[in-house]
Design a protein around this ligand. Structure first.
Ligand SMILES: *Cc1c(COP(=O)(O)O)cnc(C)c1O
Length: 222
């Protein structure tokens, strides 16, 4: 085993020790090489996240469906058609316009796409995502779309040095999640809460995360 593979296996084992079963460890793979992604698959990673469709495509084409591919970056309208053909989940739906475009392209290829709605839990002007109080209306609208399956929420939250500072944003996202789950909307299954990164995933799990997105702690510094 070369050193890259053994480092990733070791990080993977260490992280797995600290997460409960039922929490999906998604490898955030931006800037990583094909070799690193392959090493992560060998180590046991079953899902990868990409921020850009263009960056993911050559890797997805090489590796195919041995693993799941999640879109975790802002999805541009002109990339929707390529995205729906290649990804298994879109975690970053943040407008009705994008939801409609996704539904339209999925209809063309007869694919039902699992999606999460991205919440701007930090209310940051510079960030994508829907404000917490606007999530309900978007999801109610989305429940009419035949080719999308709304399965939960994703949030980034503001970046902090101290992960404890992330807790209120994870809590706020969890509250939206529970509120929508309690409405029992048709065609909406609130299964996934995607939140937490290398420095904050333990806090995120305490606050109910079922998908954690880890880059640095798995692959090393970018
Ligand atoms: C890069 C990234 C992560 C992982 O960040 P690390 O700090 O490297 O673990 C998670 N989510 C998104 C959306 C990212 O872009």
């Amino acid at each position: 085993m070369n050193s890259k593979i053994s480092n990733i296996s070791e990080s993977f084992r260490q992280i797995l020790h600290t997460i409960p079963t039922g929490v999906l460890l998604l490898a955030a793979a931006k800037t990583r090489t094909l070799e690193e992604v392959e090493a992560a698959i060998q180590a046991g990673i079953t899902a990868f996240g990409y921020n850009y469709v263009q960056e993911a495509l050559p890797i997805i084409q090489e590796i195919g469906d041995q693993t799941k591919w999640h879109m975790i970056g802002h999805l541009q309208q002109n990339k929707v058609s390529v995205a729906v053909k290649n990804f298994d989940m879109i975690e970053t739906v943040d407008s009705w316009r994008l939801a409609q475009a996704l539904d339209h392209q999925c209809a063309k290829i007869q694919k039902k796409m699992p999606v999460l709605v991205e919440v701007n839990s930090g209310r940051e002007v510079s960030k994508t995502g829907v404000l917490p109080e606007a999530v309900d209306d978007l999801i109610i609208q989305m429940s009419s779309l035949k080719y999308l399956s709304v399965e939960g929420l994703m949030t980034m939250g503001p970046r902090f040095g101290d992960p404890e500072d992330s807790r209120p944003y994870f809590k706020a996202t969890r509250e939206v999640f529970e509120r929508i789950a309690a409405r029992n909307l048709p065609n909406i299954a609130m299964k996934y809460l995607s939140m937490g990164m290398s420095n904050s995933y333990q806090i995120a799990i305490e606050e109910g995360a079922t998908i954690i997105r880890i880059g640095t702690k798995l692959f090393g510094e970018r």
